[in-house]
Structures are given as C-alpha cells and as structure tokens.
Design a protein around this ligand. Structure first.
Ligand code: NAD
Ligand code: TDX
Length: 335
C-alpha cells in the first residue's frame, strides 16, 4: 500500500495510526481528512513528516471532498466519528450524521473509486455489556447507548457494501483505548489532568465497579494495521487490550501516579444506561499475527507522564469549548 486515506486522523487514535504508518512503512503516503470538530486537533499530527502527509479539512459525509481525497489511494481507514458516550446521551444528532450517514457516504464513494481495502474502525461497545466471559466477532450486536447504536448502524451499512457490491470492507472493534493526545472528556485524561490540578475526579456513583478493558493506543493502531494488511474482506476483527480494570482501580492508579490521595474522588450521578462490563476476545486477530506490546503498568506510567509533560496541549483544550461542556455535564460538583 503506497497511499492510504485516513479519515479522522487528527483525533486521538487516528493520529496515532498516522504516526504508526509513517514510522513503519517508509514508502507510504498518508492523506489525512478530518473535519476538525471539537475533538480534532492538528497539533496531534504536528510532528509527522510533512512530505509524506497531506492534510485535508473535510467531512466524511461530503461526497465531493471524499471522492477527491480518495483519488490515487489504495485504501481508506475510517476513524472519523463522534465518540463520547456522555455527549451522545445529551444529544445524538451529530452521532447519527457522522457515524451512520458519514459512513454510508464513505462506502458509496469507495464503491465508485475502486479501493483495495475499506476499513471501518468500530468499538467493543456495539456488543453491549457482558457479565462473564468475552464476546467474539460472531456475538450479536446489542448496543445500549446512542453512541454505540450509531456505531453499530454505521458498521452494518458499511458491511452491507461488501455483501451487496463486493466492496472489500473490513471492520475492527477495539476496546477502551488510552495514551497520549486523548481529548480530556474521556475518563483517563480527564482524571489525570484534574488530578494534576488538584481538581475533583468525578466518578460515576454506582459505576465504580464497572469494568473496561484498556488497550494502549499504539497497540490499537498496530491491530488496525494488522487487520488492514492481513485481514480478509467481509470479516470483523476484535482488538482487545487484555487489561480489564474496574473504574475505581483505574482511578486509584491515576491518583498514585500523580501523587494525589483519594480525597479528590467526588461521586457524581451515574451515567444513564451505564454498561457494566466490556470484554472481547482478540483471538481472531492474534491468529493473523497481532499481539499487544504495551504492558498495563508501563502504559499507565508513560501515559500519565505524557500528560504531566504536555500541559500546553491539554490546557489549551480545557480552557476552550471544553469548559462549558464540563460545567454543564458535572453541574453537581458545584453543589
Ligand atoms: P476522537 O473523538 O479523538 O477523534 C475523532 C476524530 O474524527 C476527530 O479528529 C474529529 O475531528 C473527526 N471527525 C468527527 N466527525 C467527522 C466527520 N464528519 N468528518 C471527518 N472527520 C470527523 O476519537 P477516537 O477516540 O480517536 O476514536 C477514533 C475511532 O475509534 C472512532 O471511530 C471510535 O468510535 C473508535 N473507537 C474508539 C475507542 C476509544 O476508546 N477512544 C475505542 C474503540 C473504538
Ligand atoms: O467523568 C467520568 N466518570 C466516570 O466514572 C467519565 C467521563 C467516565 N466515567 C466512567 C464511565 C465508564 O465506565 O469511566 C468509564 C470510561 O468512560 P469513557 O472514558 O467515557 O469511555 P466509555 O464510555 O467506556 O467509551 C469509550 O470506549 C469505547 C470511548 O469513549 C468510546 O469511543 C469507545 O468506543
């Protein structure tokens, strides 16, 4: 693959994937198309080799811009999405527009362009919650919040283009991802940056024993790369970190790594429809040669250290659009 279109490549995982490609494949050129929503940030790819990276500000739901961006590309990998569960609960219009309509437009354009691979990045949340054991790729989809329902809808539309039009579609479903450059609305960067500032950590009361399976961002990038290059069109591949942790355990880890104590924990009302536990098996992807490389302890240390050393990056975000969102979302912290 010589030229890959990455959509949503100015976000958290997309930017890590761009860096991963440029580092591991000296001949590859990345076309990075991103709408630059509140979550998109060109600073996330500021350090990449500009000669091998073309940035286009554009919307995956825009036919003209997508057809143009796809010209000369071998593959497209779609990261573009509205991604925050809590925002989807506050209002899901943009989630349906990008995660379903946008994916539909991307598939339509890809059908006309003749790419050799069309990879849709999806999430373990499409399976819903599981009390025991782990979901596999053949488990039924039972998404339970507007974000995950929209992701499932987009996936189904995307895969229908494989069955109906022979579009070489591959889907990956990743678990909760952590690492540098994550927008601080998600629990790990929110709690880490709040802890650095001695601000409260708003833990959802009743959800403290809920479990997420943490995947380091470069391992997510390498998993998607493995599915892209070694995967079979028409197939779905789970990408799991293998690090299941209760939210309270994650919170305590962040407090320990930032040198703060538990008095910073503030209980706030639980998320409506809060999924209890996510767990997926990545055996199918592992059979293609993928392994996560980052151990949990080291990944957490390096990640917290990155936020400690890159205050300029997150302070700019937290003083902007984020402030109004935070005050509304966590209004009970004031009471
Ligand atoms: P993010 O919110 O950090 O980034 C999303 C990016 O998409 C942003 O740069 C944004 O500007 C861009 N975007 C949004 N709407 C767009 C549109 N209509 N057209 C073009 N660009 C648009 O998200 P992330 O955490 O990096 O997630 C990337 C993908 O991985 C998403 O598809 C998400 O569903 C999936 N995923 C995320 C996680 C996780 O834990 N973060 C886990 C599994 C799967
Ligand atoms: O303030 C908070 N307090 C809290 O207790 C926030 C933001 C979260 N939480 C809890 C809720 C979840 O159990 O932490 C856990 C993780 O929450 P998020 O970071 O919002 O992630 P989650 O809802 O699990 O979804 C994430 O993983 C799957 C990503 O946001 C999705 O994009 C991805 O698909």
């Amino acid at each position: 693959m010589k030229r890959i279109l990455v959509t949503g490549g100015a976000g958290f995982i997309g930017s890590a994937f761009v860096r991963w490609q440029l580092k591991h494949y000296p001949d590859v050129h990345i076309v990075n198309l991103d709408k630059l929503t509140y979550a998109g940030n060109q600073e996330n790819v500021a350090d990449v080799d500009a000669a091998r990276h073309t940035f286009i500000q554009g919307d995956i739901a825009d036919r003209e811009v997508m057809l143009q961006a796809m010209e000369g590309c071998d593959a497209v990998v779609n990261f573009a999405a509205e991604t925050h569960v809590d925002r989807s609960i506050a209002g899901a219009t943009e989630f349906l527009r990008t995660n379903v309509d946008g994916v539909y437009n991307l598939a339509e354009c890809a059908k006309e362009t003749g790419l050799s691979r069309v990879l849709f990045v999806s999430t373990d949340e499409v399976y819903g919650s599981i009390a025991e054991g782990s979901f596999t790729e053949t488990s039924p989809l039972t998404p339970r919040n507007p974000y995950s329902a929209a992701k499932a809808g987009g996936e189904l539309v995307g895969m229908s283009y494989f069955h109906t039009f022979d579009l070489p579609v591959i889907i990956t479903r990743g678990s909760n991802t952590y690492g540098p450059y994550q927008y601080p609305e998600k629990v790990l960067p929110l709690f880490t940056t709040n802890a650095i500032d001695d601000e409260p950590l708003p833990l959802y009361k009743g959800g403290e024993h809920n479990v997420r399976d943490w995947l380091y961002v470069d391992d997510h990038a390498s998993g998607i790369d493995c599915a892209l290059r070694n995967g079979v069109p028409g197939e779905v591949y789970n990408v799991a970190g293998g690090n299941e942790r209760e939210n309270i355990e994650l919170t305590r880890k962040i407090l320990a790594l930032t040198g703060k104590d538990e008095s910073l924990i503030k209980w706030v009302p639980d998320r409506p429809g809060h999924d209890r536990r996510y767990s997926i098996s990545a055996d199918k992807l592992k059979a293609l040669g993928w392994q996560p490389a980052m151990p949990w302890e080291q990944g957490m240390e390096e990640t917290v250290q990155w936020y400690q050393e890159n205050e300029t990056w997150w302070r700019k975000i937290k003083s902007g659009e984020f402030r109004a969102y935070y005050e509304k979302q966590y209004a009970t912290l004031k009471g």
